[in-house]
Ligand binder design. Structure first.
Ligand code: SF4
Length: 219
């Protein structure tokens, strides 16, 4: 067991500093102001495999046209496709969004469930999106793991070779109670802006806690 894994105090320090860093440096996106579960769910689907800039261009008009699951379920695939033009794989994504909306209508009367098992049974919803909805829409302290989070915790904690659910359980212990949104957004932004593929260790607010700092964040 490495020093980081064994030191609860350092894990707390990490979480507190990360959240503080986010309050000064975090990014503001329209989907981060959303609490409506349908919008949060669809936003997460739109954000998959595309850039934030492309989603920003389509975001407002998309929800004007399809404000809820029933509207999206009733739409023609070609209309959905037109609304997400520029995101890539439009045809395939449009079909998936319609299927997702249809499953919400058929199984939940158009509402988004707040139960992880039910979310995972929806068409096209995997672990990342389900966790994001629980956290960002329903305010649960649910950890979210993706390749970028894996990179950060690998460098900071030496958590390598772990499955996503194992990392998630460790992160769950570190989320300051009631601050899951900020914690997850902080990790997303920190992994994009500081501990990126080419880490900016000299500007990193956690460098004194990080065993990879001297190696320039080499993984
Ligand atoms: S010191 Fe470097 S490798 Fe460590 S967390 Fe900061 S940016 Fe990442």
């Amino acid at each position: 067991m490495g020093e980081w894994e064994g030191s609860e105090g350092k894990r707390e320090e990490f979480a507190q500093r990360l959240v503080s860093w986010f309050s000064a440096n975090g990014r503001d996106f329209p989907w981060r102001r959303e609490r409506d579960p349908f919008r949060v769910l669809v936003a997460e689907k739109l954000l998959q495999q595309t850039t934030y800039g492309h989603v920003l261009k389509a975001y407002g008009a998309f929800f004007e046209k399809f404000p809820d699951a029933r509207a999206l379920a009733a739409a023609e695939v070609s209309d959905i496709e037109a609304a997400i033009r520029g995101l890539g794989f439009q045809r395939q994504r449009a079909r998936q969004l319609k299927e997702l909306a249809c499953s919400l209508v058929a199984e939940h009367g158009g509402a988004v469930p707040s139960d992880k098992g039910a979310l995972l049974r929806l068409s096209g919803v995997g672990e990342y999106v389900a966790s994001a909805v629980l956290c960002f829409a329903f305010g649960m302290d649910e950890p979210i793991v993706d390749i970028n989070v894996r990179r950060v915790v690998g460098r900071l904690f030496g958590w390598r070779g772990l499955k996503d659910n194992e990392i998630a359980e460790r992160l769950r212990q570190m989320i300051p109670p009631g601050r899951g949104r900020e914690f997850n957004w902080a990790l997303i932004d920190f992994s994009a802006l500081v501990c990126s593929r080419r880490p900016k260790c000299r500007k990193c607010p956690l460098s004194d806690l990080c065993p990879s700092a001297e190696a320039g964040g080499a993984t």
